[in-house]
Design a binder for this molecule. Structure first.
Ligand SMILES: C[S@@+](CC[C@H](N)C(=O)[O-])C[C@H]1O[C@@H](n2cnc3c(N)ncnc32)[C@H](O)[C@@H]1O
Length: 482
């Protein structure tokens, strides 16, 4: 830990402290500017997601030109460079996988593979086959919190079953099932989902230094991935002596929803500036808007709260009461239709799914406030389906409908907000709405240059698109002048 402290201080302007209510925390020892990299780390171990449609390279997560390892037939690589980088660990994993029965191979989950790789890497570092460094050693994994004493009985049983499977795969006499189970608990509250630049999940990785960073629902930093490398960037000016904070969860929900997600997975009650407002008037209003019902009076945008007298829901702006029975009826129709729609979508019946999601949207418009998170999610799904069906005009309509909600629920420099402006800009550009495209792409660049930096090919593409749109607009203008 002393070496780590020295390195963090010297190379990064950071220091680790321990607070009784949070455990380890990462603090800045200098000021960070918006967009500046605070920390970058390679994973101790990582593994791609398992999907029936897209195999990914086990090292860099790309899905292009991947080939199966000829020996184990389980793991994929995009080329010899990635295969060589992963070889020391995979050589051992490969022998183990080749010995497994077909049924066991089929049931191998990414979590099991991640744990097997964790033990293999620890072994290879112990034997000095893989070098260790201050930021790359198993002691950092040992230091991670597990919350094992707080884990529910059912979950413990599951961890024990998973640990037995790891034991069967590794077949080491010295393995301790309890320790493996505890490591599964560590993964649950420390591992990160590796995403691409558009925040599409690709896999899971354990980044023990990044894992020192605590959570806030109103964070000052953001975690993004460039391939397998995790990068934490400042989203705002972070003064010297501040705690570096990222968000572990989807921050768009109400305070109760966020707190439940944090308690269930990370075992703490958040006391960030947003969470301490729980139960205050503004917080109740925001929750009712995001997750509650709309006013019966269609010209009113008030929010509804339970009304003890009428047993219904009363608009806090115009006073009109919505009967509970009416709400229950629409909510149950909406739930049935949502379930059917999601089945159609997961079976890739896009046209059928589109019609069903349009019905869900109709019901949610009747039921929910216009800033409702559920309605926003339905519109995001409709946008995705319409893009798949290449109905660009309707896709743009839906993208535009989500923007005001994004602007309300995400802070200015949230990557999801930047990505939604980008989608809007791309659709506008495709449809020939050059001026609108310039506006949306500029908004996207303004946000994403902070969250993603400017060096990635993703950002270079975005900046090039904006330049192209600007060039076309000035060409149009000059030909009008002629
Ligand atoms: C990824 S770890 C973060 C580092 C951790 N503090 C440590 O000591 O290793 C996640 C755990 O940190 C704690 N934690 C993170 N954010 C917190 C917060 N805002 N308030 C209290 N505890 C927090 C919780 O115990 C959570 O399960």
């Amino acid at each position: 830990m002393e070496d780590l402290q020295k390195l963090l201080l010297h190379d990064h302007g950071l220091s680790v402290s321990t607070l009784p209510e949070k455990g380890r925390c990462l603090f800045t020892t200098r000021e960070y500017s918006p967009g500046e990299i605070i920390l970058s780390q390679e994973p101790y171990v990582s593994v791609p997601n398992k999907t029936p449609v897209k195999s990914r390279c086990d090292w860099c997560f790309t899905s292009s030109n991947v080939k199966r390892c000829s020996s184990c037939q389980v793991v994929w690589y995009c080329g010899s460079k990635c295969q060589t980088s992963d070889w020391k660990v995979h050589r051992l994993e490969c022998q183990l996988l080749a010995k497994l029965e077909k049924n066991r191979i089929k049931s191998l989950t990414p979590s099991i593979r991640l744990m097997v790789k964790l033990y293999l890497r620890r072994k290879l570092q112990n034997e000095k086959v893989i070098p260790t460094s201050v930021t790359d050693n198993y002691n950092l994994v040992k230091d991670l919190v597990s919350h094992i004493s707080e884990v529910e009985e059912m979950q413990l049983v599951l961890y024990a079953q998973m640990a037995s499977l790891v034991n069967i795969i590794l077949q080491w006499s010295t393995l301790n099932i309890k320790e493996i189970a505890e490591n599964f608990s560590k993964l649950a509250c420390n591992a990160h989902t590796i995403c691409d630049s558009e925040l599409i999940p690709l896999g899971t990785g354990l980044y023990p230094i990044v894992s020192i960073i605590n959570h806030s629902c109103s964070p000052n930093s953001v975690l993004v991935f460039e391939g397998r490398i995790a990068t934490v960037r400042a989203m705002q000016t972070i003064p010297k002596g501040s705690e570096v904070l990222i968000s572990y969860i989807e921050t768009a929900g109400s305070t109760m929803t966020r707190q439940k997600a944090l308690k269930d997975q990370y075992f703490f009650i958040c006391s960030c500036p947003r969470c301490i407002k729980l139960g205050e008037h503004d917080d109740i209003e925001e929750s009712a808007i995001l997750e509650g019902y709309r006013c019966k009076n269609h010209t009113c945008n008030g929010f509804l709260l339970r009304d003890i007298e009428s047993k219904g829901f009363k608009c806090q702006k115009c006073g009109v009461v919505r009967e509970k029975e009416e709400i229950v009826k629409i909510a149950s129709e909406e739930k049935t239709m949502s379930n059917k729609a999601s089945v159609a979508l997961s079976s890739c019946h896009n046209k059928e799914a589109l019609d069903m999601y349009l019905m869900v949207e109709k019901l949610q418009v009747k039921l929910c406030h216009s800033f409702s998170i559920n309605l926003m999610r339905t519109r995001e799904t409709l946008l995705k389906i319409l893009m798949e069906l290449q109905d660009w005009k309707k896709a743009l309509t839906y993208c535009r409908l989500t923007i005001p909600v994004y602007e309300r629920v995400y802070p200015k420099f949230h990557p999801l907000r930047g990505l939604q402006y980008y989608t809007c800009g791309k659709l506008e550009w495709l449809l020939g709405y050059t001026d609108e495209a310039i506006k949306s792409l500029t908004q996207a660049v303004d946000v994403l240059r902070i969250t993603h930096g400017t060096n990635t090919s993703f950002m270079k593409d975005l900046i090039a698109k904006l330049e192209e749109a600007k060039a076309e607009a000035s060409y149009k203008l000059s030909s009008m002048d002629d």
